[in-house]
Design a protein around this ligand. Structure first.
Ligand code: MG
Length: 335
């Protein structure tokens, strides 16, 4: 019997997990080598590091889809992340994949999201270059811990980098996350859109509801079940053609009715404007950046455009608004 608790857990993974799972002991490792923990295998340790980082806590004040919603029950980037994690763990557990790896990727996947959701992302991409999945990797590799990064394993960073629809994660755990993200946002964005009066159950096309179910709860259940049944004992994470098609149609429906809805879009243009103004202002006033970012500029030779993007992308919605008021609004006009 091997010595530490961690070593015993690593042995159990070999016996218990699917032959297609990523074993902790087979990890390609960290950027900088470090001593192993005697209790936790590597992916479990990465999950804890992400949960304890500052960027994770800021997710609570970042938009999911609805900008600064008034109600307490709308999703934020944090509750989205937790729902993604829950779906992904359910699927991973059923398929006997590495639940710790899936959870670490889930908790980290959106750390790079800008304030104001995809509007913020569009704004930064229009002035420099920005993609939230790449930014999430920057957060864990270079921005957290005052620029030292979290030193996560290769598998977790690969899953974060490739979580977008166009990406191809190298582990099945990464693939589970990518699909769980989509399943989560389609379903909870429908729920929030109904809460906001943008959508009713009847507006969702009949054919889609016939395949997936006619309530949020049923649709979520159908999708998760379908992934599990069609990925069991296979080296691939997949859905049945029928459910996959219906989910794709539902996603398209959401794009034309909710994500691109003119009512929501009008507000988004204001958010784009705000972020672009902040960007231009910081480019002209680099001295206003916090020390960590000035150091990246001076000592690590990062481009100023990149550093300003890093700073703005890390802001919460509230902080971005506060900074905008500070720089652009006369004192007397506030409130
Ligand atoms: Mg996400």
């Amino acid at each position: 019997m091997p010595g530490t608790i961690r070593e015993r857990m690593e042995e159990r993974e070999k016996e218990y997990l699917s032959p297609y799972a990523a074993l902790s002991i087979c990890s390609k490792g960290r950027e900088r080598e470090e001593a192993e923990c005697d209790i936790r295998p590597v992916f479990q340790r990465d999950r804890d590091r992400i949960l304890h980082c500052k960027a994770f806590r800021r997710l609570k004040q970042k938009t999911q889809v609805f900008l600064q919603p008034k109600g307490d029950h709308y999703r934020t980037r944090l509750t989205h992340t937790l729902e993604v994690s829950q779906n992904a763990r359910t699927i991973a557990k059923a398929l006997r994949l590495n639940e710790d790896l899936v959870e670490a990727i889930a908790l980290g996947h959106d750390l790079g999201h800008t304030p104001f959701g995809h509007a913020g992302e569009r704004a930064l991409n229009s002035v420099f270059h920005f993609a939230h999945n790449e930014q999430s990797v920057r957060v864990v590799e270079r921005l957290e811990r005052q620029g030292r990064g979290l030193n996560l394993t290769w598998e977790v960073r690969d899953g974060i980098r490739n979580h977008k629809t166009s990406g191809t994660p190298h582990t099945l755990e990464g693939q589970v996350l990518r699909l769980s993200d989509k399943i989560a946002y389609i379903n909870h964005d429908i729920d929030d859109a109904m809460r906001g009066g943008v959508l009713t159950e009847e507006m969702i096309p009949k054919e889609i509801r016939r395949t997936l179910g006619d309530s949020g709860k049923r649709r979520l259940d159908t999708m998760v079940h379908d992934v599990i049944v069609h990925s069991m004992d296979r080296p691939e994470i997949a859905m049945s053609a029928e459910v996959g098609q219906a989910m794709g149609d539902l996603r398209k429906f959401m794009f034309s009715n909710v994500y691109m809805n003119p009512k929501a879009k009008g507000e988004e243009d204001k958010a784009v404007h705000l972020i672009r103004q902040l960007y231009e202002y910081y480019i002209e006033h680099l001295e206003l950046l916090p020390n960590q970012f000035l150091e990246a500029l001076e000592r690590q030779g990062e481009e100023k455009e990149q550093v300003v993007c890093d700073y703005i992308a890390g802001m919460t919605d509230n902080y971005a608004v506060k900074k905008y008021e500070e720089y652009f609004m006369p004192e007397a006009w506030k409130n």
